[in-house]
Write a new protein. Structure first.
Lengths: 538, 300, 337
């Protein structure tokens, strides 16, 4: 379980001693049962026994983004997935440590480079009483990868399944997935998809399904007042849950309410007034006002998003590598993380966060050296060059702090604040020379960030960086199943990027949540998911 | 165009108020006088900003981030109203911010008044196709929700002070045009205009000599209220992410910048908000006084 | 003659709505920003084929004039397309949130009238008195504060510190409110659900007060000035001369005639209020159309924003039209055109 990280919170003082012990109890017990739980019969045995289910207990969660749909295939929002993951299950899931574990799938094997076989768990029920079978798995995946399969619309999640080309139900509980090219990270990417009931969706239609969903998850849908709240209630016939994430059985909580509250001050107010028990996205400067309250606290965990300053390698002045190096020497990210972000951030030397696969520990940020920066600029003939640092309004402070640093080291920087919808087309057109932006990597696999950001011509490549070597490495890393080979190739990419500095790296902000002390057995996750199955309230 | 305006002015326009009567009537309204004095105070603040402000409004200092006002723990007399999220002195930003806010108000209202005056006079006096054309444009722009219009304009042109002014002007002139047009039409039907036309005076002379003086009082009153609206609109627009660029201080943007800090650093939003409220209130008070003093029908 | 006036005004609505539709279409499509890229967000990986396929599904690869004609043709049949973000029909998305906005606006209007009417009357009858000045001052203070600032302050005072009122939402969970019209106050009355009624009222309080603060000033000013105008009329003098008590003179004769311009201005104000809704709804996380609009522009959700703007324009022109007809019908003196 991830500890609460961050210089502000040294001890786990939000939860009283009893719950800490009970969590440890569960963990040790679960470790012992882990071997047994690989058998489905044993799992269902454990599911029913010894679980105190509090009746009438409910929890409210304040979300930072609006919920647009409850159809797991028709959104591209992490917040929506956090909600629907309580209504639906996936073939595989992630533990709090981001390890991939089987959920609806019992096991899987790689048949050959382009074929995978998944054994589906039996005796799983949907909320309407029907049983889950391979047919439902095939239906769910088909509607994502097939164009125009959802009421004439294509699923925007297709790209997450990459080269998956065909799904076949080869038995009552067996599914074969074929890919058009080797896809070693298929299990990692399947954590982003959920299984829906084929019969129910066909019966009510896609539009109605999005408004009134039926799934196999620990909570079933009760009501959705659009824009206001989503209410779920415990599903008593839940199959028990992912064996890798104990405890098993139906959920503790009787009711879960999600309320989208995009306005920061209002969201924090709802925590302070007791209306919300957990809130997402607490800005670091508000931590103190939450901690001051007796019954409330803050919980943080490492995030999966990388903030960086992109430098456009195709236009002056940053098309000159000396100027790019100068920019890297001009910036000291440590005091910025401490002061502007309240210590709730980490400095990273490249585009990957430390929790990501193949993170390269051997690389370090360029040392902070103003005179070196100035001399590099002088040699490049760009001393006191005028540049605009673009940023979104949410990162205004960060940009101002960085601009101040750069301006003291031979640059003349002015900050320009944009809304993302205006900035994106400019960046995509490679028109801006210096920009503070970010990219998310929820799968923690380098493919999802190195490819869009640094492969030639990709959708997130705003720096215009292009290297045949990097392109080749990125392609070859994803055609082999050998994790060591993959790791080696991704490390090479990171080394090349470090040498060619298309950007100033980087900051990994922590995800900060506000929690009411009545919440038990919940901790924040780097992928932003909010599984409520194991959570209880005192 | 609405018959409401017409209905409100069914009586023939009377002789416009003379200057001495206006001054006497205005000064009798104490609230209006207070308003006028406050406005002069703010204008003085704006003009004397470099001499009054204790610090630079744009210099950041992360050590002083979120520093409280002097009476709260952590505050100092050096920064009496505290510092904002980047450590910039709040008093200095408020003082300099008066320049930007007043500038925006004056520029926007002057431009909208001018455009509205010209189009309204033309539409109201000449009628016909010109009137129909201008009236349709006015109707369309009036029906278009303001914030969405401003968002779209700024989205097309990019964020910044000039573009924000443009967005405000594009939408603002229609208000003036409508009123001027109604006034022009009712003045056109009055006895002495008919007389002037029968004598053979040229259109321009009639417009400038007879109709304009009747229109101007309403225009001034409307313009005064519009200044208040523009100042509030500036903060509304910055709420939606379209305002002045940092580090330029402008009261509306400052109120919005402090929004995420309302629970732990309330002063960042509140003091500029008080400044906005004070300026807008004084403009409104003076506007009320102006209207009462200028409108012949409301004179005792 | 009456019918021709009404139909003349009605016909004038159509080019206005067409103009609005054209304007919003042009503004949105000419503005830079790709709806597909914005929907996919700043994370993960998507191929060029995928992006093009989505653009084709949204109809964005057709020439602009084709898109516009298709949009207008469908709009006239009531089909406003599918929201890029919600993946649901635009009319369903708006219909789910419209009652919230209407209820909030109506409530704010009611509050504003309840405050502005008596204040305006007293201010007019006792011009330059203390009540006049205090009323003017108070109402003007309301309009002088940025709405979002007032909203957050009210939340902090009444919800966080005092715990008197809730922070967000429209009604508490658990009161079991059945859905009849979507207007919670009305629904709770129709289903005789007392708990739901009070819960809905408590949730409406803060946003409505914030919204009405701005309206109050304008309404009060309007009531005052139209009362002032009416009071000087001859028939008021006549009523006084007949010996009628002052209250009857004011309430029966003067008010009746002053209401007319007031109502018409209120109608216009309500139309304008829909615009101001966007900010209040965002601050209070009120599930209305205004909040929807802000997100729709940022996501370049063309079908949704076009429909919302047309809706606002329809309401505004409709209210104006209604006010004109009312004025025309009740005030026979104004029949010139």
């Amino acid at each position: 379980m991830p500890k609460r990280v961050g210089s502000k919170c040294e001890s786990d003082h939000s939860l009283p001693p009893q719950s800490r012990i009970s969590r440890r109890e569960f963990l040790s017990g679960a470790a012992g049962l882990a071997a047994l739980l690989t058998l489905p019969s044993a799992a269902s045995l454990v599911a029913g026994c010894g679980r105190r289910v509090g009746s009438g207990s409910g929890i409210t969660i304040g979300l930072d983004r609006p919920i647009t749909t409850l159809d797991p295939a028709m959104h591209r929002s992490r917040t929506v997935q956090a909600v629907v993951r309580n209504i639906f299950d996936g073939l595989v899931a992630r533990t709090n440590d981001m390890k991939v574990v089987p959920e609806l799938a019992e096991s899987w094997e790689v048949v050959d480079d382009n074929t995978w076989r998944f054994i589906i768990r039996s005796r799983v029920k949907f909320h309407d009483g029907s049983s889950l079978s391979a047919e439902d798995v095939k239906f769910s995946l088909d509607r994502i990868i097939t164009p125009a399969a959802v009421g004439g619309q294509s699923s925007p999640r297709k790209g997450l399944l990459g080269p998956v080309s065909e799904v076949e139900a080869t038995g009552e509980h067996e599914v074969v997935i074929r890919t058009s090219e080797p896809f070693p990270i298929l299990p990692d990417m399947l954590t982003f998809q959920e299984i829906v009931p084929a019969a129910y969706v066909r019966e009510v239609g896609d539009q109605e399904f999005a408004r009134s969903p039926v799934g196999s998850g620990p909570f079933r849908f009760v009501e959705w007042r659009q824009g206001e709240r989503i209410v779920l209630e415990r599903f008593p016939d839940y199959f028990g849950g992912c064996p890798g994430i104990p405890p098993l059985g139906p959920a503790h909580l009787a009711r879960v309410t999600f309320k989208p509250i995009p306005e920061v001050a209002t969201r924090i107010a709802s925590l302070l007034s007791g209306e919300a028990d957990i809130i997402q996205e607490v800005p670091s400067h508000s931590v103190r006002s939450i901690e001051k309250q007796a019954r409330m606290d803050v919980a943080a965990c490492p995030g999966t998003r990388t903030h960086y300053i992109g430098l456009n390698c195709t236009i002056p002045p940053f098309n000159d590598i000396r100027v790019r190096l100068a920019a890297n020497h001009a910036v000291d990210l440590r005091p910025i993380c401490d002061r502007v972000l309240g210590g709730y951030a980490k400095v990273i030397p490249g585009p990957l966060v430390p929790e990501a696969f193949s993170y390269h520990e051997g690389l370090a940020n360029y040392e902070f050296d103003r005179s070196k920066a100035k001399s590099l600029l002088r040699r490049a003939g760009q001393l006191n060059v005028r540049v605009e640092l673009d940023t979104e309004s949410s990162d205004k402070e960060l940009a101002e702090a960085l601009a101040a640093q750069l301006s003291k080291a031979g640059f003349d920087v002015r900050v320009r604040v944009w809304k993302w919808d205006l900035l994106q087309p400019l960046l995509a057109g490679l028109k801006r020379c210096m920009f503070l932006t970010h990219w998310g990597n929820a799968s923690l696999d380098p493919t999802d960030i190195l490819v869009p950001l640094f492969r030639t011509g990709e959708r997130g490549n705003f720096t215009g960086y292009s290297s045949k070597k990097v392109d080749a490495l990125l392609i070859s890393a994803n055609t082999t199943f050998d994790p060591d080979a993959r790791r080696d190739r991704f490390r090479q990419v990171q080394e090349i990027l470090h040498a060619e500095v298309p950007a100033i790296f980087g900051i990994a902000k922590q995800e900060i949540y506000g929690v009411n002390s009545r919440v038990r057995n919940w901790s924040p996750r780097p992928d932003g998911m909010l599984p409520m199955h194991d959570v209880s309230v005192s | 165009m609405s018959t409401v305006e017409l209905g409100l002015r069914t009586e023939a326009a009377r002789r416009p108020t003379g200057l001495r009567e206006f001054a006497r009537s205005f000064c009798r309204n104490r609230l209006a006088v207070i308003g006028a004095v406050l406005i002069l105070f703010f204008i003085g603040m704006a003009l004397a900003a470099p001499w009054i402000a204790p610090h630079s409004p744009t210099e950041t200092n992360l050590d002083r981030r979120l520093q409280a006002p002097f009476w709260a723990p952590g505050g100092s007399y050096d920064h009496p109203l505290g510092c904002d999220h980047l450590g910039r002195d709040l008093i200095s930003r408020i003082v300099y911010g008066s320049r930007v806010s007043i500038l925006i108000a004056v520029v926007v209202v002057s431009l909208t008044m001018l455009i509205g005056l010209v189009t309204g006079l033309l539409a109201g006096y000449f009628g016909g196709l010109l009137d129909a054309f201008i009236s349709r444009i006015v109707d369309v722009l009036l029906a278009f929700p303001f914030l969405i219009f401003a968002l779209a304009v700024t989205a097309a042109l990019g964020p910044g002070l000039v573009n924000m002014i443009l967005a405000l002007v594009f939408k603002g002139w229609v208000e003036f045009c409508r009123v001027v047009r109604a006034e022009t039409m009712s003045a056109k039907a009055s006895d002495y205009v008919l007389a002037a036309r029968s004598v053979g005076l040229s259109n321009v002379r009639i417009l400038v000599g007879e109709i304009l003086p009747n229109v101007v009082p309403s225009l001034i009153v409307l313009g005064t209220f519009n200044m208040a609206v523009v100042i509030i609109a500036e903060s509304s627009l910055s709420f939606l992410g379209l305002g002045v660029q940092p580090p330029t201080p402008a009261w509306g943007s400052m109120v919005n910048d402090g929004r995420p800090y309302m629970l732990n650093a309330w002063w960042i939003s509140t003091f500029p908000g008080v400044a906005v409220a004070a300026l807008v209130l004084s403009i409104n008070l003076m506007g009320e006084g102006l209207r009462d003093a200028l409108d012949p029908r409301l004179r005792d | 003659m009456r019918l021709s006036f009404v139909s003349y005004r009605l016909v004038q609505l159509l080019p206005v709505l067409f103009g609005v539709a054209l304007l919003v279409f042009l503004m949105m499509h000419i503005t830079p920003g790709d709806p597909v890229e914005l929907m996919l967000g700043q994370a993960g990986h998507a191929t060029e084929e995928e992006i093009q396929a989505l653009r084709h599904e949204y109809g964005l690869d057709r020439p602009l004039h084709v898109q516009f004609v298709s949009f207008m043709g469908n709009a006239m049949r009531g089909d406003f397309g599918t929201s890029f973000v919600h993946k649901q029909p635009v009319s369903a998305v708006i219909a789910a949130r419209l009652p919230a906005t209407v209820e909030l606006t109506a409530f704010a209007l009611l509050l504003a009238v309840a405050i502005a009417l008596p204040l305006g009357i007293i201010s007019a009858v006792r011009q330059y008195s203390f009540v006049d000045k205090a009323g003017t001052l108070g109402a003007l203070v309301g309009i002088s504060m940025p709405g979002f600032w007032l909203g957050i302050v009210l939340i902090i005072i009444f919800a966080v510190k005092l715990h008197w009122l809730p922070v967000s939402g429209r009604v508490e969970y658990g009161v079991g409110l059945d859905h009849v019209t979507g207007f919670y106050i009305l629904d709770s009355i129709l289903t005789r659900n007392g708990a739901a009624f009070w819960s809905a009222l408590r949730h409406l309080a803060l946003p409505a007060i914030t919204l009405c603060a701005a309206m109050c000033a304008v309404s009060m000013r309007m009531v005052r000035s139209s009362m002032l105008e009416v009071i000087r009329q001859d028939y008021i003098l006549y009523a006084r001369a007949k010996g009628l008590p002052e209250s009857v003179v004011v309430l029966k004769h003067a008010l009746k005639n002053a209401m007319l311009p007031t109502i018409t201005i209120l109608a216009v104000q309500t139309g304008l209020l829909l615009s101001g809704n966007m900010i209040i709804e965002t601050v209070f996380s009120w599930p209305g159309v205004g909040r929807l609009a802000v997100g729709a522009i940022e996501a370049r959700n063309y079908p949704l924003i076009q429909a919302i703007v047309l809706l606002y324009a329809l309401v505004y022109t409709g209210l104006n039209f209604g006010a004109d007809v009312l004025y025309f019908v009740l005030n026979p003196r104004v029949r010139t055109r």
